[in-house]
Design a protein around this ligand. Structure first.
Ligand SMILES: CC(C)(COP(=O)(O)OP(=O)(O)OC[C@H]1O[C@@H](n2cnc3c(N)ncnc32)[C@H](O)[C@@H]1OP(=O)(O)O)[C@@H](O)C(=O)NCCC(=O)NCCSC(=O)C[C@H](O)C(=O)O
Ligand SMILES: [Mg+2]
Length: 283
């Protein structure tokens, strides 16, 4: 079966049963049940209980749990509950040191959040840990730590965001972009998706039902893109049949890497046909 990285990963606060129930049907490629920053300290135990119950449900997509941070009083119990309940992966917030991950003896994929200056600087070692499936950028914590402000074009964060993409891609792992805070501003969200895709992210973390479809579309392969990939591959095959390793398609240079990219786009297009539950986006 062809697989694809998640286009959308929906955070759902662990202390909001209504939102958890709703998340079952929203069409996200993955759901992250959150026990960390979306849950107040006095609600941590209740949220962990809710998440344990939620993991029993029949989900159409992989379900991950974001546990509380390394060294927190809740981290151990969160992790044990999630692993015991059959979670599809753990999201680890504010990872700063690969040794933290090497020490974890778990059997599920790890998604490391890069959201501190130390995390950005250690991203290459974190991404290289064998159990790490992907890196998630955390723009809110990064902005706070860098003493910058959230900015429409994200200029102050671009270096860090690109560092996340570089580290993940260098290790064959999945880079996932940060959340967009203004849930009423769909246009701004779509703009940021396009920017994230251009930077090399494979998908986006989202925080509201209204953002899911737009992320799936922005990070998916459109019919027009698939068509163009087919055309490029035909031009490339014709050139190769004549012994050439350079071609043009619609006036632009085509070499092996362009053909590889077009083939990857076509594979993703095929994998994403039908519902989001067809195939495992996190496999
Ligand atoms: C951002 C929100 C607080 C907005 O809440 P609200 O104004 O209540 O939303 P709506 O009234 O528009 O909600 C409409 C219905 O949708 C459901 N809903 C809302 N959010 C979700 C969700 N995430 N998943 C599933 N369903 C959701 C509501 O229940 C309403 O349903 P109904 O009753 O049927 O009308 C809120 O959206 C929210 O809490 N979002 C998630 C916040 C979160 O998870 N935060 C933590 C992750 S982000 C982060 O930590 C950043 C990162 O670490 C960093 O550093 O950057
Ligand atoms: Mg954060």
């Amino acid at each position: 079966m062809r697989t694809r990285p998640p286009r959308s990963m929906l955070y759902v606060p662990g202390d909001k049963p209504r939102a958890i129930e709703k998340a079952l049907t929203l069409g996200a490629d993955a759901v992250i049940l959150d026990l960390e920053d979306a849950v107040a300290p006095e609600k941590k135990t209740e949220a962990r209980y809710n998440v344990r119950e939620a993991l029993r449900a029949d989900w159409a997509c992989p379900v991950l749990v974001r546990v509380n941070g390394h060294g927190s009083e809740w981290e151990h119990d969160d992790r044990e509950m999630a692993l015991y309940s059959g979670v599809d992966g753990l999201v680890l917030p504010k990872v700063e040191d690969a040794r933290q991950l090497h020490a974890l003896q778990v059997h599920v994929p790890l998604w490391a959040m890069i959201e501190t200056p130390c995390g950005v600087l250690a991203a290459p070692e974190i991404a290289a840990v064998p159990g790490v499936a992907g890196l998630l950028a955390g723009a809110n914590d990064l902005a706070r730590a860098l003493r910058t402000r959230m900015h429409p074009d994200r200029l102050p964060l671009l270096h860090a965001l690109s560092a996340v993409v570089l580290a993940a891609r260098a290790c064959g792992k999945v880079p996932v972009d940060a959340v967009y805070n203004d849930v009423r501003d769909l246009q701004g969200f779509e703009r940021e998706c396009l920017q994230g895709r251009a930077l090399g992210f494979a998908g986006k973390t989202v925080i509201h039902p209204g953002q899911v479809a737009a992320a799936n579309e922005a990070y998916g392969v459109s019919e027009a893109e698939a068509q163009s990939a087919r055309g490029l591959l035909a031009a490339w095959s014709a050139a190769r049949a004549e012994g050439r390793s350079v071609a043009t398609y619609q006036g632009a240079l085509v070499e092996q890497m362009h053909a590889d990219d077009a083939q990857e786009q076509l594979d993703l297009w095929e994998a994403s046909r039908g519902t989001s539950s067809s195939g495992d986006p996190l496999a």
